[in-house]
Write a protein that binds this ligand. Structure first.
Ligand code: PAF
Length: 282
């Protein structure tokens, strides 16, 4: 596996591969890799010949009171895990390489509407940071396809919309959420939980499952399902930002008879903000 920090070197390597007819698949990450990330590489394997992963803790997607400074950074361990997973190139730029004029003055990419609902309401500017960095990474790596986890369902939806509207020649592949045995979706931010909080955290997935079962059984009382979800999370001491039944294609509030749905939730527990979702087809 090559480890590169310069944009020009990444371009040169990927172009060589592509000129020899190889398909290049890209997995963007912020590092501190866990089994969830490795499953993205696994999902990539079926679609291409060479695999590129980026590790970049993107300051633009963190709010002023968020965890940018403390976000766990484990580059050596990440490199080892990527090598073992069969990754060919790890791109690990520094902030100056990605934002040469400073992050504040950088050209930005925004997907309006979708970026200001759900998590966007509670993390203003977050998705603009995500779409900006992902657009840049797509231009740098020029992959045939890129893999994103369904755990960040809103992010996945926004990136699909961006790639489609900006005519980016990159196929977006969705990879299923990886969970611990008790159902908690894997996330680097789970490390912020104390043992006692970690024991309570699976209530998010359990509550989403209850909602999904009601929807699958034909229950069309979405507002009632959302209220019950908020109550269940609060009863375990979580502070939910939202618990919401949405249309899975565009995250619009779901019509009573909609068929492809997603239930999404974000809740705070101690120092962590946890997100999860379940898709339902009925
Ligand atoms: O999902 C993430 O880890 C990040 O939002 C991403 C897509 C790597 C952009 O920084």
């Amino acid at each position: 596996m090559r480890t590169l920090t310069a944009i020009a070197e990444v371009r040169a390597q990927v172009r060589l591969w592509r000129h020899s007819g190889k398909r290049v698949i890209f997995v963007p990450t912020m590092g501190n890799l866990h089994a969830g990330h490795l499953s993205l590489i696994e999902a990539a394997r079926a679609h291409g010949d060479h695999f590129v992963a980026s590790i970049f803790v993107n300051p633009m997607q963190f709010g002023p009171n968020e965890d940018f400074a403390h976000y766990p950074r484990t580059p050596e361990r990440d490199a080892r895990m990527l090598r073992e997973a069969g990754c060919d190139l790890m791109f690990m730029p520094d902030v100056a390489e990605m934002y040469p004029h400073g992050e504040q003055r950088a050209t930005r990419v925004e997907v309006p509407g979708l970026s200001s609902i759900l998590c966007g309401e509670f993390r203003p500017g977050h998705f603009e940071g995500v779409t900006t960095v992902v657009a840049k990474l797509f231009h740098i790596v020029e992959p045939d396809a890129a893999v994103f986890g369904e755990k960040d369902f809103q992010q996945l939806t926004i990136i699909r919309r961006m790639a489609s509207e900006l005519c980016m020649p990159v196929r977006i592949i969705a990879a299923p959420t990886v969970r611990d045995a008790d159902g908690l979706a894997m996330s680097s931010r789970n490390q912020y939980l104390t043992d006692e909080e970690r024991a309570r955290a699976p209530v998010i997935y359990r509550t989403l499952q209850v909602a999904a079962r009601r929807l699958s059984a034909g229950d069309q009382d979405h507002a009632g399902i959302e209220r019950a979800g908020i109550r269940a999370l609060e009863s375990e001491g979580l502070r939910p930002d939202y618990f919401s039944v949405r249309c899975a294609d565009d995250l619009a509030p779901a019509q009573a008879d909609a068929r492809r749905l997603v239930v999404l939730s974000a809740a705070r527990l101690g120092k962590a903000r946890l997100i999860d979702n379940i898709q339902v087809t009925r």
